[in-house]
Design a protein around this ligand. Structure first.
Ligand SMILES: [Zn+2]
Length: 387
């Protein structure tokens, strides 16, 4: 909130871009799948915002709810415009919604597969609703590519060089900044030719105490760090090493695996899923022996049949997801895969709305200038079932 202006009354004057910055911190756009479309769909980042509405889908009823609430920002999980469009003319269903939103001064923002892969993300919200303690993703994404820098620097200049590296973006690990590791040693060099040494003289072998300063930095900042190092370091020729760190699995990725506090039967767990999530026409269907024991559970908000093999390899007792089809489900069970619990797509992703509201409440709650509400419009397309 560093760029938030303060009005004459001393109340922070929030802009849509301030809210987007918090959302993108929680759900980095770089985590989105390559085919996806996330971010601002329509609206002006510079406009003020006091009311935000959250929903899974940008349906007409949700748009009406946002506008009637006087919202300046509607945040949805599913994109309105996923594939390329040639027109947003009001004669098309989606174009009509875009017109409605713009005329009412309401922006639309989407956090889709970036919210799926974030930590915490959509499947964390689902797992938490089901009472699971999450141990990791079904399919982990590598963390941000990192370099490790090792810089040799005279003792007296160590602090200046280290600070310059931090200033350029090095030394951040999770919630820790200014991280580095230093070891003392001896450096030596023999200036020759046209050298103009800071220490020593041409033709004299110089030996002196130096520190080796190690820091970690995002690989994307390599040029900036090198420039900062050359400015801050006293030597004409700087001795340094840059190592590319190996990829290690991160807490980010699609789906989640978790454990229940106590084992329960599949039948009981199915009931628990039905109680924990909003009820739908689709209901909650289970495939597998209802009396089998469930302790470890994989979940994937939204359509998760692409992870049937992955959850079998993980050896969990049950897998909760949506949009499962007859043949893949049948073959999965014949091959000895975990029990399946199939929930309506909307219901598996609805808990994310509360999570995203929490992101904004945590960021702006103390300002009391942003009202955030989860829309109570149900966007499950299924409306009736008969037996
Ligand atoms: Zn979805």
């Amino acid at each position: 909130m560093t760029d938030t202006r303060v009005s004459d009354a001393g109340v922070p004057d929030l802009r849509i871009r301030d809210v987007i910055a918090e959302l993108e911190r929680a759900y980095p756009p770089a985590l989105a799948q390559s085919w996806d479309s996330v971010g601002l769909v329509c609206g002006d980042p510079g406009e003020p915002v006091t009311t935000v509405i959250l929903a899974v889908d940008p349906t007409e009823q949700v748009v009406d709810d946002a506008i009637e609430s006087g919202a300046q920002l509607l945040i949805t999980h599913h994109p309105l415009l996923l594939r390329g469009v040639d027109t947003v003319g009001a004669h098309t269903p989606k174009g009509r919604l875009i017109h409605k939103l713009i005329r009412a001064g309401c922006a639309l923002f989407t956090a889709h597969t970036n919210a799926d892969s974030a930590d915490p993300g959509v499947s964390d919200a689902l797992a938490t609703a089901l009472g699971l303690t999450v141990t990791g993703p079904i399919e982990s994404q590598p963390g941000e590519p990192l370099d490790k820098w090792a810089v040799m620097v005279p003792e007296d200049d160590t602090e200046v060089v280290r600070s310059a590296l931090f200033e350029a973006g090095a030394g951040r690990i999770g919630n820790y900044e200014n991280c580095s590791w230093t070891v003392a040693g001896f450096g030596q060099f023999l200036p020759v030719g046209e050298a103009n040494p800071t220490v020593g003289a041409v033709g004299d072998l110089e030996q002196l105490p130096e520190n080796r300063v190690e820091v970690i930095a995002p690989r994307r900042l390599r040029t900036e760090l090198l420039a900062a190092l050359r400015v801050a370091h006293p030597y004409e020729e700087v001795a340094f090493d840059v190592f590319e760190m190996a990829d290690v699995p991160s807490a980010r990725g699609l789906g989640r695996v978790g454990t229940l506090p106590e084992p329960v039967s599949l039948r009981e767990f199915t009931d628990r899923v039905a109680e924990a999530l909003p009820s739908t026409t689709w209901g909650v269907r289970t495939a597998g022996d209802p009396e089998s024991e469930v302790r470890t559970v994989a979940v994937c908000g939204g359509a998760g049949d692409s992870f049937l093999d992955a959850v079998s390899r993980l050896g969990v007792d049950a897998y909760v997801t949506s949009d499962l089809r007859h043949h893949p489900a049948d073959e999965h069970l014949r091959a000895g895969g975990p029990a399946l619990i199939d929930v309506a797509h909307w219901a598996t992703e609805f808990p994310w709305c509360g999570q995203a509201k929490g992101v904004l409440d945590d960021a702006f709650g103390d300002t009391a200038v942003l009202y955030v509400r989860v829309s109570d419009v149900r966007t499950d397309p299924w409306t009736h079932s008969a037996r």
